[in-house]
Design a protein around this ligand. Sequence first.
Ligand SMILES: [Zn+2]
Length: 300
Amino acid sequence: MNFENIIGNDNNKNLLNEIVKSNSVSHGYMFLGISGIGKFLFAKEFAKAILCDEKTGCNKCKSCIEFDSLNNPDFTVIEPEENSIKIEQIRKMNNKIYEKPIISKRKVYIINNADSMTLDAQNCLLKTLEEPPEYAVIILVGTNENIFLNTIRSRCVKINFNKIDDEELKSILINKYDYSNVSENMLKLFSGSLEKAINLKDKEDIYTEIEKIFNNIENVNIIDLLNNKETITKNKEEIMNILEYINVLFFDKLKQANNKNGYIKAIKIVEDTKDRIKKNANLDMTIDNLLMNVWETLNQ
Ligand SMILES: [Zn+2]
């Protein structure tokens, strides 16, 4: 198996290699852990190896070649449609899975973001997990184990993925991804997710700006603060991450601040703002309110 491009979770690399080598593949797996730490990539490499004629992911057999060109008929990925995985999608899989594999000895389904399965979809999946055809393997990739029915959980081998250690992540970002510097607060925002860190790479400037504004919030007047509103509102697609980052900064302040109560309230205001934006509140107004309320709370 080729885990070269996947960082961290070395224990799981060894475990999956062993499973494939010893031919002790089960019918159901759950790959669990926070988002952005490579669970899906692991699942794909694992799938490729168990489909491979050589059981290695040799890159040379028909199964591997078709896999790499996204044409392997014995491999299917199911993704949420409009935020959830619906019963029709699982029903379709259930019908297909009983048709014998075409070029491989096995047939693999990855259900990505599987914790978005509706209850109906889960019940439907359960039928297959109860009596899977002997060549079938289903890998559920998700973040929250508790969402799944107990009856599904008990039929899957659970593999937990850990977040990448901050020091390791920092050195990867600087050495491999040209990050100039990675602050402690940035690491908190990434929370061990390489994917998140890579996505934020070209946006370092925004976060430096945000840090300047909010670290200084107790010393500015409200007019100056409101003048910075655009830094937040012009980056619409980034808004949730920005709000999350503001709270990273506030949590940091909370540690040394005299005004602990103020920061506790401010953190709550930011959380409420996130909720409001999720509910599609007017962005300009919501951020105005955020800035005014936070400023008032911290300058009493
Ligand atoms: Zn192969």
